[in-house]
Ligand binder design. Structure first.
Ligand SMILES: Cc1cc2nc3c(=O)[nH]c(=O)nc-3n(C[C@H](O)[C@H](O)[C@H](O)COP(=O)(O)OP(=O)(O)OC[C@H]3O[C@@H](n4cnc5c(N)ncnc54)[C@H](O)[C@@H]3O)c2cc1C
Length: 463
């Protein structure tokens, strides 16, 4: 490393290099498969630190990676040899209950943001696991249990403070740098580093009817069909997801079910809590083996699947949108998803519709508004020797369902699937528009460690 990288002008945070105390801990991300070593980790404490780090990267020929919450499954947050701009010190949170907005630092997690907004009975659609960063999630769409009522996270973004590739600080909103604002909402980390987010909040809870309904795997096909039919006409207040998981070895699980595949329906109702059982009556009528749903804090629903999502295990993920899930698709899904090769793997069916379908497809980078379902294929395992087997399993499952998929996905759940997958997710016209935007805001592709949209034409600029 050149002498120039040993200090950053105007930087007030902490710099870590290989060998420094804290370096190895700082470069760890959620996905235990990732063991990348950034040239430098710049632990920022302010927007000006972020700007100083970006300028330093440019001047020293380093690429930039960005660490929000470290949940990106590809591990791009800590790219090998990069200058890692670590935002975990940017934790400010300022809720304005009158305007129902929150201004939130780019290093917050969903658990931290939910805690602050729930003090006022407010929330913005957020990640289903509290340790996920708000930044990466919001920029790549932002799917959560309440999205059919409140929209995706990016639909609720009102403004962003952005450090651009030239090291300047700008505001992006409908009125300021509207083109950048369009790209930030669904285009991921391609156009700059967001240091502050302003979100629209909604009245949520703090008590909701929610939890999980659990069915045995033998009834998976029947339950999945009934769930599909139920959510297609359910009101916006009905938040849910259908999950193929393995029952944990825990006391609350009846002995014979422990360690075996099961089908769960996660519920989060935004109507009056006392009306929850009526709202989900068709699913309760299927006589779940266990009903673990009741009136509970919204924050508790947000934490429901956290125990199965701990940092450090191996992960391989992908996702797909579907316009419909006919019986044949459900049978294919059930056959493979009820025979996981790892007990940690989760396959989640999330319904579309509601508020997310009422946004025009061209309103922002994120499209696929009319897709009726989204499937998250989340492969997770503990034994490194099982890696290929697990990757093959996820590829086979997602591949078997391709005949019904639209070919699109939002960036948040994609693995390293190449530029053609990213282009397919936006469609050619929108992808071309995003490339033009990239050419304007980051012509040298400084921000390339992400689901990358290269500047137009389709060739990354040499550095
Ligand atoms: C356990 C788990 C649960 C999840 N649940 C959900 C869910 O419910 N809904 C959902 O939509 N997604 C979910 N995801 C996917 C998640 O949204 C993406 O992985 C997202 O990228 C994570 O953001 P992060 O800031 O934690 O990640 P990081 O790894 O820190 O960042 C990922 C990428 O985002 C970009 N980025 C991050 N911060 C910034 C910033 N401030 N400015 C510019 N670019 C930035 C960078 O390109 C970076 O490489 C989940 C992921 C995990 C691991």
């Amino acid at each position: 490393m050149s002498e120039a990288t040993l200090a950053i002008t105007d930087f007030t945070g902490t710099l870590l290099r290989s060998g420094d105390t804290g370096y190895d801990e700082a470069r760890r991300v959620f996905n235990g498969l990732i063991d990348s070593k950034p040239a430098l980790i710049a632990r920022c404490t302010s927007t000006s630190d972020v700007a100083a780090a970006v300028r330093h990267a440019r001047e020293n020929n380093l690429t930039v990676s960005v660490y929000g919450g470290g949940h990106g499954v590809t591990g791009a947050a800590v790219a090998e040899g990069s200058l890692c701009v670590d935002l975990r010190g940017l934790k400010s949170v300022d809720v304005d209950p009158d305007s129902r907005t929150v201004r939130a630092g780019g290093g917050l997690t969903w658990g931290e943001l939910d805690a602050a907004t729930q003090e006022h009975g407010l929330a913005v659609t957020g990640g289903r696991v509290p340790s996920t960063g708000i930044a990466g999630l919001a920029l790549g769409s932002g799917s959560g249990w309440i999205e059919r009522k409140c929209g995706f996270t990016c639909d609720n973004l009102l403004a962003a403070e952005v450090v651009t590739a030239d090291g300047n600080v700008v505001t992006a909103s409908e009125t300021d740098n509207a083109d950048l604002f369009w790209g930030l909402r669904g285009g991921g980390g391609n156009f700059g580093i967001v240091t502050q987010f302003t979100f629209q909040l909604h009245e949520v809870g703090p008590m909701v009817w929610g939890g999980m309904l659990i069915y045995p795997p033998q009834r998976a096909a029947e339950v999945a069909r009934a769930y599909r039919d139920f959510v297609l006409t359910a009101p916006d207040e009905v938040g849910s997801g259908l999950a193929f998981v393995t029952a944990p070895d825990a006391e609350f699980v009846p002995e014979p079910a422990r360690g075996h595949p099961m089908v769960g329906i996660i519920c989060c109702y935004l109507g009056r809590p006392e009306d929850g059982p009526t709202a989900y009556a068709p699913l309760l009528a299927l006589e779940p083996a266990m009903v673990m749903a009741d009136v509970m804090p919204y924050a508790a629903v947000q934490g429901l699947i956290e125990p199965g999502n701990q940092k450090g295990f191996m992960n391989y993920w992908t996702a797909d949108f579907y316009d419909e899930l006919p019986d044949e698709a459900i049978d294919t899904l059930v056959e493979i998803a009820t025979q996981p090769v790892s007990a940690m793997t989760q396959i989640i069916v999330v319904p579309g519709g509601g508020a997310i379908a009422r946004v025009d497809d061209d309103a922002m980078a994120l499209g696929s508004r009319q897709a009726a379902f989204n499937l998250h294929f989340l492969g997770m395992w503990a034994d490194p020797a099982e890696t290929q087997r697990n990757i093959d399993y996820i590829r086979n499952l997602a591949g078997s369902l391709k005949p019904w998929s639209t070919g699109a996905a939002y960036l948040n759940f994609l693995g390293d699937e190449g530029i053609s997958r990213i282009e397919a997710s936006f469609g050619p016209a929108k992808f071309a528009r995003l490339q033009e935007l990239k050419s304007k805001w980051d012509p040298t592709n400084l921000f390339r460690h992400n689901q990358n949209i290269p500047p137009a034409p389709n060739i990354p600029a040499p550095r």
